[in-house]
Write a protein that binds this ligand. Structure first.
Ligand code: GLN
Ligand code: ZN
Length: 774
């Protein structure tokens, strides 16, 4: 018998698939269970049905090895906490009472206990529940869920590969439990955690798993030598067991860097690497270490987190190079398909011309299978697919739908002065003081006021044709009048119109800009049962007409106090959308920035003296590796300045960000050259103010004094205490008084009471100021 060429074994696989089902059946089932309208058995049955159909879809697409255990009622990191027995003390009673209810208690909290904290999964918009660990954490293995799903898939005749969050990533994502000393390092628990992983692996082997995948995306971030050697120790240790399945360690979202060589030296049988975009350097790195002799390489060549068709020619070239670098090469999407919508063919309203450029989870699975077939049988076997792929790519590259010569001419003509205010900050601020005539410690809000049921009903009425556009706009104007009159009565200094016309701060603008398209069914899990439908940036961006001017000027017509115009900034407009992959992000951002610049200038021309450009996503979009930060921050800050620099010196530019930890971006925040910034600060007791002062931040700032994440009303005293703390760091001439964030999720009762207290506190503290008394 002659040895077969390696490629004949090439298999197609993916690491995870959307959980929700075509019509978000999972969301409905889980929420019905929460409301007591469906039994646990009904929920389990729906879930099992969804798992069956996901596997069938994958197999029908030509995927050989299907993932198991990636399905989740809520979150796979929470599932991992359950698997290793890391249940916080406050949830143990609930978990002991009923495993399912206990699970949801950890996810959502109950009347009496707080849930686990939630945060973003790397640089995606998926949120996971943060493991809470401490020196007293005792791990215990519970492989029930993993084993059950493996057996389900086996019984259906599939070739399953269980997927687990790897032990390093699990610990590196964890935080010290409340009450545990802050310098406790979860990674110090590695030796306690590994035996638990070994038990789970043994259980999976016993249940019939040949391979198990351990996801270690934390290793694509900058890691210390100690963390890297912990990784080596972990996989040496797990590799030593004799009753284990073969181990595939997967990484994605960026290059592995130093971790590649470290992992290659461990006894794991396979590595899965990302070879798309920012991770493409994995290819050279792999060659540099002499490949993975004796190991399986799973090549993530189809981008698992964008919505665009793959370039097959390019992938095949990558795969051809990889063939020489490992014992066996398989084909995959670069990461779990959890981050993309389910099926592009469901998008009947998208122009067919554009739809053929889109690939969601189903289409990506087919692409992976096609490439694996090409690799195994030669490109002749996929000639038809290659021809179609070439035609689709060519139609996109040459399409007038993606390229607008006027937009391109405009971005090409951008000069350095376009991104700079005509006067330096110090001179502007004097002009603004004269123009606005505000008191010390001016009060304002972040933009939105409560989005009441009435407003949502108006939007539904408009969609259903029960009211016409004029009727809808009348309702919006009623709301604006009410919001303005409340703010005047309460004594707020810089008013807002309240954003009643906006369903979402990105979608509202995306709907009005050319170049963006909306999906009908493009749901992506944000967290738990919350799904979002990000707009898609498909072509060159321009602004046919003003987007907010009429609402802001209407608000201004109702009051003699200054009204603040309100826009979403270019970085956030990209971060919460699917971006195009056929040009650098910075180019897309510049187009968005110019469109927003027109809006800013129109607002000013219409008499708006203060304009806020929100950039809550500035920090979350930071690349995973520090080496890539400067390039990102350069275009991000340039685009903010392009948006805001077309105005007169006496027009005041505000920005807003919703987080307290901004150490890594504080320089960039200064580079935005905004006159005023508002930030979240109430929970951290104004720590932000100290940090701004430490960095010598020279501008005006409003560290939030009301935590808007809960309905709790802060007292006048509490707010005054926070303001006095703020004054220790920021002089009175530069301190603003505002809530942490927008009020759209709050109700009117607490909004009224809290803002009244906020204004009263500002007045009290103003009177204590020397300027006031002297
Ligand atoms: N202006 C927006 C609002 O108030 C800001 C929201 C945000 O920062 N996420 O709703
Ligand atoms: Zn905010």
């Amino acid at each position: 018998m002659t040895a077969k060429p390696v490629a004949t074994a090439a298999r197609a696989t993916v690491y995870g698939y959307p959980r929700q089902g075509q019509n978000r059946e999972l969301k409905k089932a889980v929420e019905s269970y929460w409301k007591g309208r469906a039994t646990a058995d009904a929920l389990r049955e729906t879930a099992a049905g969804l798992r069956r159909s996901r596997w069938q879809e994958l197999v029908d697409a030509g995927i050989h090895e299907v993932p198991t255990g990636d399905f989740s009622y809520y979150d796979h990191v929470l599932d991992t906490s359950v698997m290793v027995g890391a249940v916080p003390a406050r949830h143990r009673a609930a978990v002991g009472g009923d495993a399912l209810d206990g699970y949801f208690a950890m996810a959502r909290g109950t009347q009496d206990v707080a849930p686990l904290e939630m945060t973003k999964w790397f640089d995606t918009n998926y949120h996971y529940l943060v493991p809470e660990l401490g020196p007293d954490t005792v791990f215990a293995s519970d492989s029930t869920k993993q084993v059950a799903e493996l057996k389900e898939a086996l019984a259906l005749g599939h070739t399953p590969r269980p997927v687990l969050v790897g032990p390093l990533t699990y610990l590196l994502l964890a935080k010290p439990a409340p009450g545990v000393v802050a310098d406790f390092e979860p990674l110090s628990l590695l030796d306690r955690l590994l035996p638990v992983y070994a038990e789970v692996l043994a259980d999976l082997r016993a249940a019939g798993a040949e391979w198990v995948q351990l996801d270690e995306p934390a290793l694509v971030q900058d890691r210390t030598p100690a963390e890297l050697s912990a990784a080596v120790r972990a996989y040496r240790d797990l590799g030593r067991a004799t009753d284990r399945p073969k181990l595939l360690v997967a990484s994605y979202f960026d290059r592995l860097g130093d971790a590649l060589k470290a992992l290659a030296a461990t006894p794991v049988e396979g590595l899965a690497l990302d070879f798309t975009d920012s991770a493409a350097a994995n290819l050279d790195d792999l060659a540099a270490i002499g490949g993975l002799p004796g190991k399986r390489l799973v090549a993530g060549v189809v981008n698992g987190r964008n919505v665009w068709i793959n370039d097959h020619q390019k992938s095949l070239a990558t795969l051809a190079t990889l063939l020489g670098l490992a014992d066996r090469v398989d084909v995959a999407a670069s990461c779990s398909l959890l981050h993309v919508p389910l099926d592009a063919t469901a998008e009947r309203d998208i122009e067919p011309q554009i739809r053929r450029w889109l690939a969601f989870a189903r289409q990506k699975s087919t692409e992976v299978a096609t490439l694996a077939r090409g690799l195994a049988q030669g490109t002749g076997a996929i000639a038809a697919e290659l021809a179609a792929n070439r035609a689709d790519l060519a139609s996109r590259a040459g399409s007038a739908l993606t390229r607008d010569p006027a937009v391109r001419a405009r971005t090409a003509a951008i000069t350095d002065t376009d991104g700079r205010r005509s006067q330096p900050y110090a001179e502007r601020s004097a002009a603004q003081r004269a123009h606005l005539g505000l008191p010390l410690l001016p009060t304002t809000t972040i933009g939105s006021f409560p989005q009441t049921g009435g407003l949502r009903a108006s939007r539904a009425d408009l969609r259903a044709g029960r009211i016409d556009t004029a009727g809808y706009e009348g309702r919006i104007e009623d709301e604006i009048r009410e919001v303005i009159s409340f703010q005047e009565k309460t004594g707020i200094d810089v008013l807002v119109h309240g954003e009643p016309e906006r369903n979402d701060m990105v979608q509202y603008f995306a709907e009005q800009l050319t170049g963006y398209i909306a999906t009908q069914h493009g749901w992506v899990q944000s967290y738990g049962t919350r799904y979002v439908r990000p707009p898609v940036l498909a072509g060159d961006v321009s602004r046919p007409e003003p987007m907010t001017v009429r609402w802001t000027t209407y608000a201004q017509s109702q009051t003699s106090r200054p009204v603040k115009g309100m826009l979403t900034g270019p970085v956030t407009m990209l971060a919460w959308s699917f971006v195009r992959d056929d040009q650098p992000l910075g180019d897309t951002a510049r187009q968005v920035a110019l469109a927003l610049r027109d809006e800013v200038n129109d607002l000013e021309a219409a008499g708006t003296p203060v304009i806020q450009v929100d950039e809550p996503a500035l920090r979350e979009t930071l690349p995973l590796r520090a080496a890539d930060h400067p390039a990102y921050l350069a275009w991000a800050t340039e685009c903010f300045r392009l948006t805001t620099s077309g105005v007169r010196p006496d027009t005041q530019i505000h920005t807003h960000m919703c987080y307290a930890e901004f150490g890594d971006v504080v320089r960039a925040i200064d580079d935005l050259d905004a006159d005023v910034i508002s930030l979240e600060a109430a929970r951290s007791h104004m720590q932000v103010a100290d940090e701004l002062a430490e960095h010598g931040y020279p501008r005006e700032a409003g560290p939030g004094v009301w935590d808007i994440h809960s309905p709790r009303v802060p007292s006048v005293d509490e707010v005054a205490v926070l303001l006095r703390k703020g004054l220790d760091a920021i002089p009175a001439e530069r301190l603003w008084v505002n809530p942490d964030c927008g009020l759209k999720t709050r109700g009117w009762p607490e909004t009224r009471a809290s803002l009244e207290n906020l204004v009263a506190a500002a007045r009290t503290v103003r009177e204590e100021l020397p300027a006031h008394n002297g």
